[in-house]
Structure formats: C-alpha cells, structure tokens
Design a binder for this molecule. Structure first.
Ligand code: ACO
Length: 323
C-alpha cells in the first residue's frame, strides 16, 4: 500500500471580458493573422479593473470544491501558484482562505511563473505524502494583464487572465503505476536565464514593472526542456510515452505544444489545447486546461496525464498523474 494524492475536484474561472486578436490591430502594428500563426492564440480574457487575482482564484476554488462535494473546512491547506498576487503581502492564498470562510489549516503562495502550477502540485503532493495535510486545494491564478507593456507587440498579445483549481486528497493506492493520483514529479530551474523572461520591477526596486521576454530565445529552450522533464517524470513513474492518455501542457504557444508532443512521439489528439481561447495565463493555464478538458469530455477517470510547463527563471517541470 502507498499513499497517493488523488484529484477529487477541479474547476476554473475566466473573467467575463473576451478580447479577440483584432482588438490589438487598432493600437499596434500587428495582425490577427500574425498572432494566430505564430502563437495559436485567437482570443484571451482580461480581468475587470475591480477584479483581482484572489477574486479569480476564489471563484475557481469554489468551483473545484463544488465538483469535489466538499466544504472549505474539509481542506487542510491552500497553495496558490501566482506571480501576480493582489498585494505584496499577505499571500493571495490567505486571502482566498478568508473568502472561502476557511478557519483552520494554512495557506501560502508559490512563485515559479508559468511553471508555478507544476511546482505547487509537487509541493502539495509532498505535504500530503509527509502527513502534513490530507486535502490540499491547489490553485493557479493570474492577472498578467496588469504587467503588460501595451506598447510592446512582442509580448502584450500573448497573455491572458484566469484561474483554475484542483482538490487533492490522500487516498491509499497499491503502490503501482495503475494507482490514481500523482505518480511522479520533476522540478528544475536555472537562474542564469533570468534575462530571457522577467518583470523589470518589483517591491525591492520600487516599481511594478512590465513583462520583458526574448520570445525566440525562450522558445529554443522550451521544446527540449519540456520533453526532457516530461520523460524524466514518466520514467520515475515507471511509464513511457506510449501509456500517456493526455498531455496537458502549459498553454504558451501552439508551436511549442506541437513540438513537444512530436518529440515525445505523441499525436496532437492526445493533447488538451486551450491556448486559442485563453492565451498564456501563466500558472493558471494547466489547471484551466485540466478543467476545460474534463468539461469537454476529453479527460476521464483513470486516464494517465502528463502536465509540463516552462517559464521565467527559467523554471520548468512536469507532473505525471492518473486522473
Ligand atoms: N505582430 C507582428 N509582428 C510581431 C509581433 C506582433 N505581435 N511580435 C513580434 N513581431 C515581429 C518581431 O518584431 C520580429 O520582426 P523582425 O524579424 O523584423 O525583427 C518578427 O515578428 C519575428 O519575431 P520572433 O520573436 O523571432 O518571432 P517568433 O516566431 O519567435 O514568435 C513568440 C514569437 C510567439 C513570442 C514565440 O517566440 C514564443 O512563443 N516564445 C515562447 C514564449 C513562452 O513560451 N514563454 C514561456 C512562458 S511565459 C512566462 O513564463 C511568463
């Protein structure tokens, strides 16, 4: 027998405002065609002026709890993966905790940019397997619209806002790769690549700053590092690509998603793709894709899923789980 962190609920929230590519044609030297062909993005959601990351996160959390049939006080811990928390402190997670009416347990944020949800899932799994929590709400939530430079066509057309959440619960498994739940994780970072993707401001430099990215350089790292981390995590679980039902990748660029699937030897009909509708929602993209994938009827109980992501840091990683 072995303890496993099993997904018992999933949900998401997208802000009401949908912005099609054509809207950028009015203010920037860009076209819908360029954005679609280079990134696969067709539209994205942007939060309202009075809507914050913890608002998005709370709505996604409520949806995941409802899906699990659980109440807030059934949860022992909340982890929010975000790089765009409402305030410098306290964490977005404690704000979600209060909004859910949860009066016990603990809550904290994880910051690994676009890889944040994979890092948060891995940490939640470690909390569960070490006996520190039985049920963990893991949320990815972002308002990247707040850190865009609206005059920089090479970045501002790529990102969107949203949130997704999972409830993980300790269950007993047989200790084999047939178990439901998280089977393996692989986390990596290399801070030497900071200049490829960063925000040129922050508390300690006394400004909010804007996202800066050398997109083509990040692209060069992405397919290779994502394939390697996915294959490493699969290997740790004693599995290979042939057994994968779904890749649920970070949704940054359709060409990165296609390149990684191809390198792993998997067809695109085994990949959950939402980038056309959401853009790059950073740490929110994987839980959003898991929730939408389940709603579409793609992801079913017992399916073997590989999630993989890369982002600022660089930080990257993968989680293998059976749904
Ligand atoms: N409209 C029209 N032209 C544009 C636009 C635009 N919106 N943006 C850039 N261009 C131009 C550039 O200026 C350049 O012109 P030039 O050749 O005259 O200099 C040309 O298009 C090509 O630019 P590249 O950057 O080389 O284009 P590329 O094919 O690499 O696509 C993109 C750019 C979409 C950004 C791609 O590189 C990418 O997706 N990179 C990875 C992004 C990513 O995965 N980030 C990680 C996660 S994000 C996170 O962690 C926060």
């Amino acid at each position: 027998m072995a303890g496993r962190s099993v997904v018992v609920g999933v949900g998401h929230y997208l802000p009401e405002r949908v912005v099609p590519n054509s809207e950028f044609e009015k203010t920037l030297d860009t076209t819908d065609e360029w954005i679609r062909t280079r990134s696969g993005i067709e539209r994205r959601h942007f939060a309202a002026d009075d809507e914050s990351t913890s608002d998005l996160a709370t709505k996604a959390a409520e949806a995941a709890l409802a899906d699990a049939g659980l109440a807030a006080d059934d949860i022992d811990a909340i982890i929010v993966a975000t790089s765009t928390a409402d305030l410098t402190f306290p964490s977005a997670a404690t704000m979600v905790q209060a909004r859910l009416g949860m009066t016990k347990g603990f809550a904290f944020d994880v910051q690994a940019v676009c890889a944040g949800f994979v890092f948060a899932l891995s940490n939640a799994n470690a909390l569960i397997l070490s006996g520190q929590a039985k049920r963990v709400l893991v949320i990815g939530a972002e308002t990247f619209s707040r850190i865009m430079d609206w005059t920089d066509r090479s970045t501002c057309v790529l990102f969107g806002d949203g949130a997704g959440a999972l409830v993980l619960e300790l269950q007993e498994g047989a200790g084999t790769s047939d178990d439901r739940g998280i089977l393996a994780t692989d986390l990596n970072s290399d801070g030497r690549y900071k200049d490829l993707l960063y925000v040129d401001g922050g508390v300690s430099t006394q400004s909010t700053g804007h996202l800066r990215m050398q997109g083509n350089q990040v692209f060069r790292h992405a397919v290779e590092k994502l394939t390697k981390t996915a294959e490493t995590a699969l290997g740790t679980a004693g599995l290979g690509s042939a057994e994968v039902d779904w890749i649920v990748p970070h949704q940054a660029n359709i060409r990165i998603i296609q390149g990684t699937a191809k390198k792993m030897g998997l067809p695109m009909d085994k990949v959950v793709v939402t980038v056309q509708d959401h853009g790059n929602t950073s740490a929110a993209s994987i839980p959003l894709a898991l929730s939408v994938g389940k709603q579409r009827g793609q992801i079913k109980s017992g399916d073997l899923i590989v999630t993989e992501a890369i982002g600022g840091g660089l930080a990257w990683g993968a989680v293998v789980l059976r749904w």
